[in-house]
Structures are given as structure tokens and as C-alpha cells.
Design a protein around this ligand. Sequence first.
Ligand code: TTP
Ligand code: MG
Length: 358
Amino acid sequence: MEKIRKIVHIDMDAFFASVEERDFPELKGRPVAVGRSAERGVVATANYEARKYGVHSAMSSKVALQRCPHLIFQPPRFDVYKAVSRQVHEIFAQFTDLIEPLSIDEAYLDVTDNKKGIRSATIVAEEIKRMIRETTLLTASAGVSYNKFLAKIASDYDKPDGLFVIEPKDAVAFIAQLPVGKFYGIGPVTEQYLGKMGIRTGADLQRFSLAEMSNIFGKNGQFFYDIVRGVDNREVVVDRKRKSYSAESTFEKDLNGSFAVVTELYRLEQRVWNEVTQAGKYAKTVTLKLRFADFTTITRSYSSEDYICGFAEFHAIAKSLLTKIDYSGSGVRLLGVGVSNLTDVESECGRQLSLKFK
Ligand code: TTP
Ligand code: MG
């Protein structure tokens, strides 16, 4: 029989905002967003106080201020967040080498055979949380289960400062009561679409056959069929080198006209650029993706000779790619932008900027 794995998922709580509160104690108890309050600013994250007002990641700063007029904006300090992320990673490495980082503040750990010989994954998770608190003065939430899907859902279930365990025997019942929006890969648009068919919980999904799941989820039918039954055999993949960074949005109402499209594109560019900057990467290639109301999808790429180092250059490239696509006759259903061809090395970027964008 296959050995039951012990997977822990760790996710720092309101990460950037918690670091700001830690370093600026006068912020304690007040609603805080990390980001810029400028006209086109976007909230990177908000503390739990601000979330009570409906402020959340990726929201425009303007809307955030409408929802919470006394919101305090803190400019991001990526170097500090990266340093904390490294400290947390060093703690993980004391337990296992099977670490799969998902983002700056999240990782999966396979602790089945851990370095400290601790039998209980719950005790491993408690230890990690305690060490994170002592070393960084910050809290993390932990999820413990026998696969990645359930461990990630578990860490989200009891946030902040949570520890939630899903035992194999409880998995199917646990999944049954989950709202579909909590499933990996089901965003607000899909959630709404499923809701129209009366599919609201895991139990609703558990009733479908594999063929029916494939009708709903296309090529992901098998994946969803398995996970609603608590089956997820994906391994914890160590040091998966990211080859690209991208962000895309499907719109509830198709976008019409260049103003709307350029505005949304700018938002997506900011998300991508934040991620790339946080990861300390430089990119050469920019790719733009548009899907029209009739589902036709177009992608366009441009590769720069030098690594792109400024947001302005990235924005100029993305915008010039957009001008090559004629979307005047059709609504835009999905918009995406990404960068690839990455390096860690800071280069002499932008040398030829003035030549390229004259
Ligand atoms: P998350 O773990 O998604 O969020 P969080 O840690 O702020 O809050 P939670 O307690 O719910 O885990 O993201 C980690 C950090 O990544 C977050 O602090 C800021 C950054 N981030 C962005 O810059 N833009 C985004 O759209 C998101 C989702 C996160
Ligand atoms: Mg987090």
C-alpha cells in the first residue's frame, strides 16, 4: 500500500501589511493597505482591520479609500519582505528539503520523513509556526493534510494564526461542505457560472460522473473529479524555476473601447511588475493575450534586446503590442499580460530605450 504523505502548507498572514505593522507600531489597530494611494495605485494587501471594510488585494486604491476613508497607505518595502521570506524559508529547511514555494509568503512542505524525526505533521506545523513567530515576530497559518490540495485549503480555513488539520477519514465530508469558490482554480467568474447551474458546494460536484465533470471543466475534468474525492497525487516539487510571470482577468462584462482596455491592461501590468520585482528577476519578453466575446484568442509577443528594467518600458512595450491588435469590432472578454525570458542578473537595462520608443 502506498504510504500516506504528510503535507504542510504555510501561508503568512496579511504578509506585507503585517511586516509594516511590526516595524511601525503606530499602525497597530488601524486599517492599513500596502500600496500607493495615487490615482492609479493598487492595494497589494490589506491588514485584517482594513478587510472588515471590504478592502482587499488587487483593488484600486481609489475604491479602497471609498470603502474605508481613514485607510492608511504604506508604500511597499520589497527588500524587507524578501528578507523575511528568506528567514521563513530557513526555518522550513530545518525540517525538510522538500519545499515548494508558491509565492513570497507561501510554501508546501512534504514532512513525511522530516529531518527531526517528528511523527506528527501537526506537531511539525506547530513548531514551524512557533519558530516563525519567535524569529520574525509575525504570524503564519498552517494547513496539514495528506495532499497539496487539502493542505492549502486547510491553511486558509482558520486564518489568521491558524492551524487546521484534515485527516484522510474526514476529507470527503470536509470537501462536501466547501463552497466551490474555495476550490483551487475556481475564481469568481467560474463560481458565478456554476452557481447558475445550481452548483454551490463540493457536495454538488461530488454527484457528477467523470464525463459530466469533463463537460463542465473541459480538460480539467479529471483533476476536479479527483480532488472532490480528496485525491491529489501532485508531488511537492522542489525549486521549480519559474519561467514566466503573468496576470490575466476575465471580465464579467466584456470591455469595449481602448480606454477600458488600456486601463485594465495597466492594472495587470502593475501586478506582473510587482511580482517580477519582488522575485528579483529581469525579463526580455512581453506577451499580451486577448480573448474576444466569441472566444477567439490572440497572443502577441515582443522580445527586447536588453532586459527590461523599468515599469515605464514594460508598459510601453505592452501598449505597443496592443496597438497591433484590432479589437474595435468586438468586446474583450479576457485580457492578460506576462513576461518571460528571465534572469536573476541585473543588467544594463534600458540602454537602447530611446532608440526603441522614439
Ligand atoms: P497572500 O498570501 O495572497 O495574502 P496575504 O498574505 O496578504 O493575506 P492572507 O492572510 O490572506 O494570506 O499574498 C501574499 C503577499 O503577496 C501579500 O501580502 C501582498 C502580495 N500580493 C500582491 O502584491 N498582489 C496581489 O494581488 C496579491 C493577492 C498578493
Ligand atoms: Mg499570505
